[in-house]
Design a protein around this ligand. Structure first.
Ligand SMILES: Cc1cc2nc3c(=O)[nH]c(=O)nc-3n(C[C@H](O)[C@H](O)[C@H](O)COP(=O)(O)OP(=O)(O)OC[C@H]3O[C@@H](n4cnc5c(N)ncnc54)[C@H](O)[C@@H]3O)c2cc1C
Length: 398
């Protein structure tokens, strides 16, 4: 039996799930395909990460009617501190500004975000979830035919690859990638601390890699933050042998000044950090979204925010498509790609160079960094550019 949809999305991680809702809102019938069932996503023991959402992403979630449900699970970031291992040179964003209560971003645990997405998708009549793996697909001038691992067949006008960094769809479509290993891995875990975080996020550019702490929701008696510690390989391989209490000791050394005594309260998980960028974001009847298109360094928390910009662009193209031009046509895919490719290139470049400059103990770069931070501290324009990059995922002065 052949099942017909306007759009098929392969992968129901954050990218695929949010895209399905955005396209269903534009009136399209969507097949969402992932061997992981919704129940597995809700349990979600594999993704212990938290996500920093920009103000622009929040607006998009409001538009999708998701924010109201997400809001109780979010924690505002009201201030960001950037440091180069020398506390006297700390740079704060928002501290001296009048509107100091204005948020710079919002933190949410991926687990909470997934639980909400699953609930909403289940109730959406335009979305059908298939708990399957895609093994084969064929394309012709009008359709994509997708064969699932249980032999069912789906046809659609467009296939969206939201199947992650090592995308099967991208590979089989013959889309090449450029890759760069950062020779770093990131430790991810959550901590409880004795002092309130006061909605402060910190980014410590240490000689062995950037250490970020991000405020997460706190109750009356306990305060929590999420840690993303990107470590250059030698330091990572040293740390991986450590017991939890030893990692805690290192962490307290760098962060107790801001948060009091820190205790690790979750498993310590690690992620490989490699920059992967597809050389193009579409091919006949195929569109790449999320990590399938670009997987970037998490140091500024821009990955999903960049993806959300792409989803918003696609939603607008789909919604404004009054004459119902084929959604998988080159005309639509080209219009999407023009905008999203430029956005991605700018953000990828900025994130990559920031990591290069700050995660390097080379004498020349160290000096450049010191001079850079000195100028940075005194330049409102540069501070504004960084603030917009960190909180809104855009490179601008305003
Ligand atoms: C440590 C870390 C911290 C981060 N922090 C932030 C942050 O603060 N802010 C931010 O904006 N971004 C952040 N990011 C980036 C963000 O988390 C990712 O961009 C995002 O989770 C990627 O989601 P995805 O859905 O594209 O891919 P994935 O989560 O990898 O999902 C891919 C899905 O595709 C499915 N799949 C694969 N192959 C097939 C197949 N053949 N058939 C069917 N299904 C298939 C898989 O089962 C999986 O569910 C961070 C990333 C990392 C690594």
């Amino acid at each position: 039996m052949e099942l017909k949809f306007n759009i098929a999305i392969v992968g129901s991680g954050l990218t695929g799930s949010i895209t399905s809702l955005a396209l269903a809102k534009a009136g399209y019938k969507v097949a969402l395909i992932d061997p992981k069932s919704f129940e597995e996503f809700k349990e979600n023991n594999y993704d212990t990460r938290t996500t920093a959402l920009s103000k622009k992403s929040k607006l998009f979630f409001e538009y999708l009617n998701l924010w109201q449900r997400m809001q109780p699970f979010t924690c505002m970031i009201k201030n960001i501190m950037v440091n180069d291992g020398n506390y006297e040179k700390n740079i704060y964003f928002n501290k001296t500004q009048r509107k100091k209560n204005k948020p710079l971003g919002f933190m949410i645990r991926n687990k909470d975000l997934f639980a909400i997405l699953v609930d909403v998708i289940k109730k959406n009549k335009n979305i059908s979830k298939f708990d399957n793996k895609v093994n084969i697909f064929y394309r012709d001038q009008e359709n994509v035919t997708i064969k699932l691992d249980d032999k069912r067949v789906i046809t659609s006008h467009l296939l969206i690859a939201a199947d992650g960094k090592n995308s099967f769809i991208r590979k089989k479509s013959g889309i090449k990638t450029s890759r760069k290993s950062y020779n770093q891995k990131a430790f991810i875990f959550n901590v409880k601390h004795t002092k309130s975080h006061n909605n402060l996020a910190t980014e410590n550019f240490l000689k062995h890699g950037p250490l970020a702490s991000l405020p997460i929701i706190q109750n009356k008696s306990n305060c929590y933050s999420s840690i993303v510690w990107s470590c250059n390989h030698p330091f990572y391989y040293k740390m991986i042998k450590y017991a939890k209490k030893d990692i805690e000791r290192e962490l307290n050394f760098y962060l107790s000044e801001y948060y009091g005594k820190l205790t690790i309260i979750t498993k310590v998980k690690s992620w490989d950090l490699t920059l992967v960028k597809a050389q193009k974001f579409f091919d006949t009847r195929i569109l790449l979204l999320g990590d399938a298109a670009h997987s970037i360094h998490p140091l500024a928390g821009q990955g999903l925010n960049l993806t959300l910009k792409g989803i918003e662009t696609l939603h607008k193209l789909a919604k404004n498509n009054k004459t119902k031009v084929d959604i998988g046509s080159d005309k639509i895919l080209n219009a999407f790609s023009k905008k999203q490719y430029l956005n991605s290139t700018a953000i990828i470049f900025a994130t990559d160079k920031l990591n290069f400059l700050f995660s390097n103990s080379n004498f020349f770069l160290k000096k450049t960094r010191e001079i850079g931070l000195y100028v940075f501290k005194r330049s409102d324009i540069l501070k504004n550019i960084f603030k917009n990059y960190a909180s809104e995922g855009k490179l601008s002065i305003k």
